[in-house]
Design a protein around this ligand. Structure first.
Ligand SMILES: Nc1nc2c(ncn2[C@@H]2O[C@H](COP(=O)(O)OP(=O)(O)OP(=O)(O)O)[C@@H](O)[C@H]2O)c(=O)[nH]1
Length: 710
């Protein structure tokens, strides 16, 4: 248990710690010369209930910041009031600060009891009891002691040991944090920092980070409660011997934190609860300047009252704290604010959101979030946050900002039965109700899209993401789609999404146009079909319309754009592949020339011509069906089923990316990037142009394999 003194200057704090422990905590020459404490003093007292650690703070009004640095790491307050003086200004101020810091365990030592008679002792005792009444230390015992005569010291020590026995150590779970109150160099050891372990535990050899500076460090050795130790845990006062390239006493200052490296996420904009002391002369308005004390650090800041335009003395509310420089903090940490000239304490409270927004910080939605964030129990806070906008939560960041254990995100999700997605290094959660609504909306959105665009194979995943609320981050949305895909609710094709029942069909108008065009592509013209311009002339339709229709049919897998504006019916193309296979089968090295290919086609009485024959071959080359070496080509046996069994999983691609470069966009909408397995690397690659549609292919026209697979 860490005990911190508090009280007015010269009331006998240092003398009492000396009487209790035998240690003179005024180490500095100046402290000795002036007879006052300037810096924090430390003493340890081994007892049957464990070692008691004492932090002796200065009482002088000029050193309140030092008092705060000491008091932020204590479990138990020893408020000291001299019986002769009674309650004095820093008695009140220190007590108010202990109250703001949430220190609720403690007792009062009525010191210099040798200088007061019974009546005086009784008078001061009732004065103190009245003062305690409105604070977190209400009802604390008040014990008369004298450091000079030793009166009451044993009784006081016994009360402290008793309190330590009843004290439940801070929970050891959570990630490691230590607030640095001193850093110095020790000959033979190097850099040593001391402070109270706020959460978690640390072992020799552990990697650590100094925050907010971000300096990495390794832990060489530990002293806990003044003894060499292998481990330091929450509630211990530790001296850590740190090693690291950039680590030196000068690189670390009072107020820095030593952290588990995963916790290093400094912040300079924090939303917090704030209680304004009744002693404050005026309400706190917008952008009110203050000194912000947190842990052992002190930094300039501005306040933005959130729950109202200003906060009156003696009231509580929510504020945004905008800091002059980033600090390392955790949700739930206490803080105190003082005026800019360090004359008076103004108030204090609890940090509730370390990632506070600069804009829209006072909207009703934000205030609802803040209500949930103000909950101290993590599970309750998560449940509250998921019930308000934006309806989803990054549990990983949530747990980090509360210094919860690394397993906390998954555990919270499991305990609350949340729907959670691991993506982009974080676990994002929604309530089951919200997820059900989200999924329903996504499917309804797809149905609407298919209805409006029957000729499109699916909706762009990104477009769907943007149409839905909450707007999930891309990687999270990708996972959400995969989950819906796995459940069979929808089908994912690369960056495209459709309902399982959806089949591309032409609009009525296009069907009529196709009825006019189709006859010109088949039968004897099938290996040398008219180009778009000729089709337009033949049918009397506008060239642009015909081109649009042909591109659309290409996406549906009914035709293939073998060369620019030159579309073949899919079965015709399949026939040419069959011919090529027959040629290869007959050829000695299974290789054939372009002219042999042309002759093979023309043998069927189709005047195709060398140019078109080569265009067909080049088209097949591009899709990896044929492999060219000089004048010769052979067939790629891995690609012969291209017409029937293409990779439609989008493997190797980011399913939420936009349409692939080179994808056809003539229709004004992006095209599905059909991915063909790359026969060299086995990874997907983009088609060179137009090409096949992956899900609306007719049954495979691919001919027999020329060779049995090896
Ligand atoms: N008579 C009497 N004098 C005491 C007692 N305790 C402390 N003093 C005297 O009071 C003076 C101040 O004592 P400190 O212990 O330095 O007071 P402090 O509260 O630590 O002072 P700061 O840390 O500077 O705020 C010293 O001269 C002590 O000798 C006591 O029990 N009886």
């Amino acid at each position: 248990m860490i005990i911190g003194t508090a009280g007015h200057i010269d009331h006998g704090k240092t003398a009492l710690v000396g009487a209790l422990t035998g240690v003179d905590t005024d180490r500095l020459k100046e402290e000795k010369a002036r007879g006052i404490s300037i810096d924090l003093g430390f003493a340890y007292l081994p007892t049957p209930a464990g070692t008691l650690g004492f932090i002796d703070v200065p009482g002088h009004e000029k050193f309140i910041h030092t008092m705060l640095a000491g008091a932020s790491g204590i479990d138990f307050a020893l408020l000291i009031v001299a019986a002769d003086d009674g309650v004095m200004p820093q008695t009140r101020e220190h007590l108010a600060l202990l109250d703001l810091l949430g220190v609720s365990r403690g007792l009062v030592a009525l010191t210099k009891a040798d200088l007061a008679d019974e009546a005086r002792l009784a008078e001061v005792t009732s004065e103190i009891a009245a003062l305690l009444a409105g604070t977190s230390l209400r009802g604390a015992p008040i014990l008369p002691v004298s450091a000079h005569t030793g009166e009451g010291v044993d009784a006081l020590r016994a009360r402290l040991v008793e309190a330590a026995g009843a004290f439940a150590a801070r929970p050891g779970q959570g990630r490691f944090r230590l607030a640095v109150d001193r850093s110095f160099s020790l000959s033979g050891a190097g850099t040593v920092v001391t402070g109270t372990v706020l959460s978690g535990r640390v072992r020799v050899g552990d990697p650590l980070v100094l925050s907010p500076t971000g300096l990495p460090a390794r832990l060489r050795s530990i002293h806990a409660q003044n003894h060499k130790a292998e481990e330091g845990r929450a509630g211990d006062r530790c001296a850590l011997n740190l090693a690291g390239e950039a680590i030196s006493p000068d690189a670390i200052r009072r107020g820095d934190m030593v952290l588990d490296p995963t916790l290093d996420a400094p912040t300079e904009r924090i939303d917090a609860t704030l209680t304004v002391l009744a002693s404050e002369p005026k309400p706190l308005g917008q952008w009110f300047p203050v000194r912000f004390h947190h842990g052992a650090s002190e930094v300039g800041a501005r306040l933005v009252p959130l729950s109202a335009d200003s906060l009156a003395p003696g009231t509580s509310g929510l504020v945004q704290v905008v800091l002059e420089r980033p600090i390392a903090a955790a949700v739930g940490d206490r803080y105190v604010i003082r005026d800019t000239s360090a004359q008076r304490s103004i108030g204090g409270g609890r940090l509730i959101d370390l990632r506070a927004p600069a804009r829209r910080r006072r909207t009703p939605e934000r205030l609802a979030q803040l209500d949930a964030l103000a909950e101290t129990d993590p599970d309750t806070a998560v449940a509250g946050l998921l019930a308000v906008e934006p309806w989803h939560l990054d549990l990983t960041a949530f747990a980090r900002d509360r210094a919860l254990g690394a397993e906390a995100p998954a555990e919270i999700a499991a305990r609350r039965g949340l729907v959670a997605f691991a993506a982009g290094g974080t676990l994002t959660a929604l309530s089951p109700q919200r997820w059900a609504l989200y999924a329903d909306t996504a499917l309804a959105e797809l149905a609407r899209f298919h209805e409006a665009n029957p000729d499109l194979p699916g909706m762009g995943a990104e477009k769907l993401r943007l149409a839905l609320a909450p707007r999930l981050a891309r990687p999270v949305f990708g996972e959400a789609l995969r989950r819906l895909g796995a459940a069979g609710s929808l089908v994912l094709e690369g960056a495209w999404v459709r309902l399982p029942g959806h089949e591309v069909r032409l609009t009525r108008k296009d069907e009529l146009l196709w009825e006019l065009v189709a006859p010109h592509l088949g039968r004897t013209a099938r290996f040398r079909p008219p180009r778009v311009r000729d089709l337009a002339a033949l049918t009397g339709e506008a060239e642009g319309e015909v081109r649009r229709l042909m591109k659309l049919l290409a996406r549906m897998g009914k035709v293939d754009e073998v060369a620019h504006d030159h579309f073949f019916l899919r079965p015709s193309l399949a026939e040419t592949v069959a011919m090529a296979m027959a040629l290869a089968e007959a050829a000695p090295g299974r290789e054939f020339t372009a002219s042999a290919f042309r002759d093979r086609i023309e043998a069927g009485d189709h005047a195709v011509g060398r140019k078109v024959a080569i265009q067909i071959l080049e088209f097949l080359d591009r899709h990896g069906v044929t492999l060219r070496r000089g004048d010769l080509r052979r067939l790629n046996r891995h690609r012969l089923d291209l017409f029937g069994a293409m990779d439609d999983t989008g493997a190797g691609g980011d399913s939420t990316a936009g349409p692939a470069p080179g994808a056809d966009t003539t229709s004004g909408r992006a095209l599905p990037p059909v991915r063909y397995p790359d026969f060299k690397s086995g990874r997907g690659r983009e088609p060179v142009s137009g090409g096949f549609d992956s899900h609306s292919l007719p049954p495979s026209p691919a001919p027999q394999r020329p060779n049995p697979p090896r």
